[in-house]
Design a protein around this ligand. Structure first.
Ligand code: ADP
Ligand code: MG
Length: 356
């Protein structure tokens, strides 16, 4: 089994994810037993940069360093499998992933792992539940923005905004009904040759959910700010502390939260963006306008399921507070919206989780 170098990366990363587990208050070396054992367990942490194009940060309690390392290795390896299957940009030897599915758009059904079938069935449910606000079949439009962002970040003097005509033409190829998910034969077929999948809004949160359901208790896992506990914390009354990163680039946290068994997921306009003529263009696209919405700086979701949280964070980013609240009610979730003035708005049950 491939070993990962956990200790070397950890220090760098403690403050970099937007929902960093416990980093605001209890920074620790990695792996580093805490001074106060909890029920014979010691606390360790680990981080790595290899998954989902972002930072993974893991805090956990174990009987010793070796036990912790083994458990982290398992979590890493499982997440890596999801990462490779859900990758739309890279191929991996011996597997059909979502890039394979996209490359075959307009062609025959592609045989895929059950994990892809399950993600797409879940994505379709969330597409319907969000009234189309989170649409993973919007790859045709999202890839235009992706290319514009990459080019403009690398060539700021030449930054450009995609033409509305081009976006509108691509939007003709974003209908979820062209994704045929065959659960019996384990195949996926995109019937429209110009359509494609982009699961960036859901895949991380969904993978974290699936991996954490199988992981040992007493862990808190964050992949790019998709934070999920595997159980209540084995000390401090079961309450983990999770920081919500500030959107102004400062190291202050907007809040720290007390979390026992909820996931914390944030979408913001400050994570992946570029500037063109003084205007910020970020990475979440409103399917109605085909442009980045301008309603919020960030939206943070609290909900027991990390996949649902991720889908909701993207959807609520494109919706008004009222529309968003309707969605939250459907799922029993809570949210905090941050406006461009820095004002924080909360759903009715959010504030009970605030620590500071
Ligand atoms: P992050 O990945 O930074 O945590 P999100 O969960 O909000 O943020 O996902 C944003 C990503 O989802 C984008 O990079 C893009 O790939 C994709 N995306 C953007 N807008 C939408 C949308 N309306 N529906 C589905 N996917 C989207
Ligand atoms: Mg999301």
């Amino acid at each position: 089994m491939k070993r990962i170098l956990l200790p070397a990366l950890a220090l760098l990363l403690l403050l970099s994810a937007c929902g960093s587990p416990e980093s605001p208050v209890e920074p620790s070396l990695s792996p580093s037993p805490s001074a106060v054992p909890a029920g014979g367990l010691s606390r360790y942490s680990a981080s790595f940069l290899t998954l989902f194009d972002t930072v993974t940060n893991i805090v956990g309690y174990a009987e010793g360093e070796e036990a912790f390392s083994d458990m982290v290795q398992d979590i890493h390896d499982e997440l890596e499998e999801y990462h490779q299957l859900y990758d739309i940009y890279n191929e991996y030897e011996g597997i059909n992933n979502l890039k394979t599915v996209n490359d075959n758009a307009g062609g025959e059904p592609v045989e895929v792992d059950q994990k892809i079938i399950d993600l797409l069935l879940f994505s379709r449910e969330m597409y319907e539940a969000t009234g189309g606000a989170t649409n993973v079949a919007m790859g045709a439009v999202l890839s235009i923005w992706h290319d514009a962002r990459e080019y403009s970040i690398n060539n700021p003097e030449d930054a450009y905004v995609p033409a509305i005509e081009e976006l509108e033409a691509a939007a003709e190829h974003t209908d979820f009904s062209c994704i045929i998910i065959d659960d019996e034969n384990n195949t996926v077929q995109i019937t429209d040759p110009e359509a494609s999948l982009d699961v960036g809004a859901i895949a991380k949160g969904y993978a974290v959910e699936m991996v954490c359901r199988n992981a040992p208790d007493n862990f808190l896992v964050s992949v790019g700010g998709n934070v999920r506990p595997t159980s209540p914390k084995p000390e401090d009354d079961g309450r983990w502390i999770v920081g919500i990163e500030s959107s102004d680039g400062s190291s202050d946290f907007l809040h720290t939260l007390y979390i026992e068994d909820l996931c914390v997921v944030t979408s913001g306009d400050y994570q992946r963006y570029y500037i063109c003529n003084g205007v910020r263009y970020h990475h979440i696209i409103d399917p109605e306008t085909l442009f980045p919405p301008d309603l919020w700086r960030s939206v943070t979701i609290l909900c027991p399921d990390s996949g649902i949280s991720d889908a909701l964070s993207t959807a609520l980013f494109t919706l008004t507070q009222e529309e968003g609240q309707e969605l939250l009610d459907k799922f029993g979730a809570e949210a905090m919206w941050v406006t461009h003035d820095g004002e924080k708005l909360y759903s009715p049950g959010f504030e009970q989780y605030i620590r500071s």
